[in-house]
Design a protein around this ligand. Sequence first.
Ligand code: ADP
Ligand code: MG
Length: 595
Amino acid sequence: MAHTQFVNSPKSFVADAIRGLTACTDDLAWHADPGYLTRRTPPERGRVAVLSGGGSGHEPMHAGFIGRGMLAGACPGLVFTSPNALQIDAATRAVDAGAGVVHVVKNYTGDVLNFRIAADLARERGVAVEHVLVADDVASDKGTDEAGEPVGPGMRGTAATIAVEKICGAAADRGDDLAAVAALGRRVADGARSMAAALRPCTLPGADEPSFDLPEGQIEIGIGIHGERGTERRDAMPARDLVRLLADRILASLRPADGDRLIAVVNGLGASHPLELHLLFGELHDHLAHRGLVVARSLVGSFTTALDMAGASITLIRCDDEILELWDAPTEAPAWPNAPSRRVHGPGAAAPSSGREEAPGGEASGAAPAPGRPDVRPPGIGAVGEWLGAWARRVIDEEPALTRLDRQAGDGDFGTNMVAALGRLDVEALRTASSPAQAFAAVSDAYLGHAGGTSGALFGVWFRRLGSAAADAGADAGSVVFAVPDLARGARSGLDAITALGGARPGDKTMIDALDPAVRALETAVADGRDTGATPSAAAALSSAADAAVRGAESTAEITARRGRASYIGEAARGVVDPGALVMAWLFEEASRAA
Ligand code: ADP
Ligand code: MG
């Protein structure tokens, strides 16, 4: 059995889940025989009841939408299998409060047939039933014949279903009669279109394989919510392009007029993160605005899922004042957002793409000495700006490797943190900084202001201390020189600060393992110079510091971490070099090179 879900046995998957659901929901009762859910609160006499149902695996739809102001009940089938007619008939009679029942049915043959049969059975017992069909998925649109009837089974019913359930539920709650509730439901369903794309297929509980295979780096477009394959497959593309593709297909079918108001739904298919869904909505909003359409309401979240599929659908729904009023009406259904947006605020300007792409290429390449610039190197370690620039460039170039190390031993964000800071540096400005103190301060600010994580804080403080040492050394403004004794002092002060903040000691598998030996090597060189009365050779001092730092960093591979995220996985990180130590070792290597 594939281990992609929490499951006792595939056979009892749905029943086991319903058991937990009713246990944690106040107004929900499960009637095991023949199998339907209703509110616990008895139906209010004289109100129309809205009933839905369908295969399981789309939760929170439908069970989560049972509650005052939405559904009176729902009939869950097995995973991706329609409920049977007797379940629906019993549920229909149970929820009827004398004013009739509206069936909200997704357009799949099994659902349609079973709801039809159940409606007939219920009518035989004197219950009035109306049927509202939801058929919104444009990917399954085969067009219409000469008579205007859909070719084939018609479009599949997907996420627009929850909008129909919401509007019908609110209309029933305000006291509309059966015909009026059904007419509103049809109006919403007719004015709604959806389309979905998947980044990863879903796997049925107990299945050995996902519902379709999707090679790495590909997107399946036009998928259904039961693991049906899509209508086309594309190479991975930026989310913005995917949103435009889906929205344009939807709009081609919906054909709203200029200035029409729409409800826009971004729906996660089960395994896509809220951050991704919000990102998609920002793009969708921009695109609709660009096309002259008004987003009157929005709904973003995972409502109509396809088990654990990674992907999302977009639904656009034409609306008018009455639909909006019903959309805004309160409901106690647990899965409807408790504070849905009543207004759509423009998302603001799109950010420049962040992270690696934003990082330099261009900027950092300024790290190499500009042609024609006189290469005058006074004693000391040479131009601090060039040293730091070369180091920053190296760290940025090595981001993938650093990320890999932190993924093996920590949480994988180290490389991103480095790039978030160093990618902000204007390397050219560094090279022409008026003093070493200013150059160090720029790097420190970049870390403290733009990087996160442990490393952002510790590197920020480290460079701050180097900057203070440079300032204390009284290097003339205009000087680009940082003498070895000053560096030794600054590095010791930085090491002390990191130790005080993070509490790590040598042997804890952190950057300290590179820093501590490097600082000691610098101090030894300074002391030796003092003993012999000679100015320490910058080149020799820095080369011994670099060697010590590199050896220290390499030694971390043999250590089990006791500090930082790597400590959570203990032994498992053995053999992996600590990325923070590595980057510190590079700093000394680049210093040695610059000397
Ligand atoms: P996190 O993900 O743990 O917030 P980062 O991924 O940004 O941190 O940085 C991880 C690096 O930080 C490690 O490679 C290690 O060198 C360093 N580090 C972690 N904890 C400490 C500590 N207490 N003292 C010094 N360095 C530390
Ligand atoms: Mg990390």
